[in-house]
Design a protein around this ligand. Structure first.
Ligand SMILES: *[C@@H]1O[C@H](CO)[C@@H](O)[C@H](O)[C@H]1NC(C)=O
Ligand SMILES: *[C@@H]1O[C@H](CO)[C@@H](O)[C@H](O)[C@H]1NC(C)=O
Ligand SMILES: *[C@@H]1O[C@H](CO)[C@@H](O)[C@H](O)[C@H]1NC(C)=O
Ligand SMILES: *[C@@H]1O[C@H](CO)[C@@H](O)[C@H](O)[C@H]1NC(C)=O
Ligand SMILES: *[C@@H]1O[C@H](CO)[C@@H](O)[C@H](O)[C@H]1NC(C)=O
Ligand SMILES: *[C@@H]1O[C@H](CO)[C@@H](O)[C@H](O)[C@H]1NC(C)=O
Length: 461
């Protein structure tokens, strides 16, 4: 195994670059010896079982191991060209990214934060897994050129987040996920003016968020999920006008979901599930967030009825509203407008009334869960629909819901479905309701035809 990875290292890193660099070599500057020596020391702190100096004895910028990247820098006054380390990636990812493999006793060399003034990317994947490694002393001057800081799945990497965040004015990606990082989220995060992604998921962060996000004009992804952060969501999250994804799930956020989120006009993914947001109902401002594709609020007792906010939200693919203390009926308008819906989960609420017939026309649905509510009447799905959705159509725990004899005999009926009682009377629908139902079905399909036709015209002209 070790031999194999060493072989791969040699092959990928030594043979290939020789072919490419021979012609360039003469006029290119080489890495200075101090920086080269720092690379060796950092590599052996990661994995001392590999004889790095023996395997890579030559200029590391010409013949580097995978994961070590250099770039050229020209002094504007002297035109003197130098070469420096710009990327260091550790932890075997795949055969396409065979970074130096980490050993069970990987540590940080302090040189990592002192020796590479031109570092743009620092990446650790599954390096600190067994023996605990504390966040090293990072100088306040570290990282002025850093663009990506990535630590993925290093559970034994522990220490406060404030010990890591420095004056990273060039930082574009801050991805620290699945580590043992704790403490509160430092206000200095709000000064990372070039940052496009902040992912701090699956750590042990806690405390309230007092960060002012209003200057992070480029932020597209904010993911704090799977921590223990509490208090209110700062209103300044609403100043992140470029945001595409906001994931605050599985924390202790409370209070009201801030109205300022309505400013996030490009937002596609919103996950606030499993927090402690209060009894303020489902926010009505979702109605004016037309780019939404996925909205998850499960596990917050927001209460109230499902509002009629769906008219402009036809792009929605997924809705997760379980265990929210919702009451009242399921609006038929969800079935009418959310024509792209794939995933609809409304289980463990107190919803009552009928399952809207319109749900039976949702062509892309792969999961509907309405379990443990107080729904009643006839299940409106056709045999074809039930067969397609299969076990992902979950309806049990609604004692007043019944299923037609012909459906319950179909071989598509699975456990959860089979427990529903059979409808006693033959289906004699209220004629007015019935016409209403098929009319809207008709309407939406003729809309489809029109839409397709219009699209066709657009292509032609
Ligand atoms: C270029 O810079 C290097 C390193 O700073 C130095 O050793 C070298 O003398 C310089 N060359 C010229 C032509 O200035
Ligand atoms: C890590 O463990 C290896 C044996 O598995 C040992 O040879 C090496 O000295 C250790 N390195 C450090 C930095 O403790
Ligand atoms: C952060 O770095 C920028 C440029 O790299 C500098 O202008 C600024 O003064 C630094 N701020 C602090 C607090 O060190
Ligand atoms: C956030 O910072 C902006 C200026 O950068 C300021 O106008 C605003 O008042 C601050 N918000 C809070 C809540 O401190
Ligand atoms: C942040 O958003 C609020 C409105 O929610 C606005 O009044 C304020 O000017 C914004 N601040 C910045 C710095 O963009
Ligand atoms: C369920 O709905 C029925 C009316 O359909 C009502 O009488 C009953 O109290 C409801 N049960 C619960 C637990 O809300």
């Amino acid at each position: 195994m070790a031999f194999l990875s060493i072989f791969k290292l040699i092959f990928f890193s030594t043979v290939m670059p020789i072919l490419v660099t021979i012609s360039l070599q003469q006029e290119q500057p080489v890495l200075n010896l101090a920086e080269q020596d720092s690379v060796y020391q950092v590599l052996s702190s990661i994995n001392s079982a590999i004889p790095w100096r023996t395997l890579f004895p030559d200029d590391l910028c010409s013949y580097p191991p995978h994961g070590v990247v250099c770039d050229y820098f020209t002094d504007p006054t002297t035109n003197n060209v130098t070469v420096h380390i710009t990327e260091l990636s550790f932890g075997y990812v795949s055969d396409y990214a065979p970074n130096p493999p980490c050993s069970p006793n990987s540590t940080f060399s302090p040189l990592l934060f002192n020796s590479f003034k031109h570092l743009r990317k620092l990446f650790f994947y599954q390096c600190f897994i067994e023996s605990q490694v504390y966040v090293p002393e990072i100088p306040t001057t570290f990282g002025s050129s850093l663009e990506e800081l990535v630590f993925i799945n290093n559970p034994a990497f522990v220490g406060p987040l404030s010990g890591i965040i420095r004056n990273f004015t060039s930082l574009r990606r801050l991805v620290l996920t699945g580590n043992g990082i704790y403490g509160s989220i430092p206000d200095g995060i709000g000064d990372l003016v070039n940052v496009e992604e902040i992912t701090l998921s699956r750590n042990k962060l806690s405390g309230q968020v007092s960060v002012n996000f209003s200057e992070l004009k480029k932020l597209k992804v904010l993911d704090l999920s799977g921590n223990d952060v509490d208090g209110n969501v700062p209103c300044s999250v609403g100043n992140l006008t470029q945001l595409l994804k906001l994931d605050l799930s599985s924390n202790g956020f409370s209070g009201k979901i801030p109205e300022s989120l309505s400013n996030l006009q490009g937002l596609e993914f919103l996950d606030l599930s499993f927090n402690r947001f209060g009894n303020f109902g489902i926010p009505l401002f979702f109605a004016e967030m037309p780019r939404l594709k996925e909205v998850y609020l499960s596990g917050n007792l927001l209460g109230g009825e499902i509002p009629e906010i769906w008219e402009k939200l036809g792009g929605i693919l997924g809705i997760g509203f379980s265990g929210m203390g919702l009451v009242g009926g399921i609006p038929a308008s969800m079935g009418v407008h959310l024509t792209n819906l794939c995933y609809l989960v409304l289980d463990n609420n107190n919803l009552e009334g009928k399952v809207p017939e319109e749900f039976g026309f949702l062509e892309f649905v792969s999961e509907i869960n309405l379990e443990n509510n107080n729904l009643s009447g006839r299940v409106p799905f056709s045999a074809k629909f039930t067969a397609k959705v299969g076990e992902k159509l979950r309806l049990k725990g609604n004692p007043e819901l019944c299923v037609d004899e012909k459906l319950s005999h179909g071989k598509s009926i699975h456990g959860s479905f089979g427990e529903l009682k059979k409808c006693s009377k033959p289906d004699i629908p209220n004629p007015v309701l019935f016409i209403g139902g098929s009319y809207s079905g008709l309407l939406s399909s003729s809309f489809h035809v029109l839409f397709l036709f219009w699209g066709f015209l657009m292509v032609l002209f």
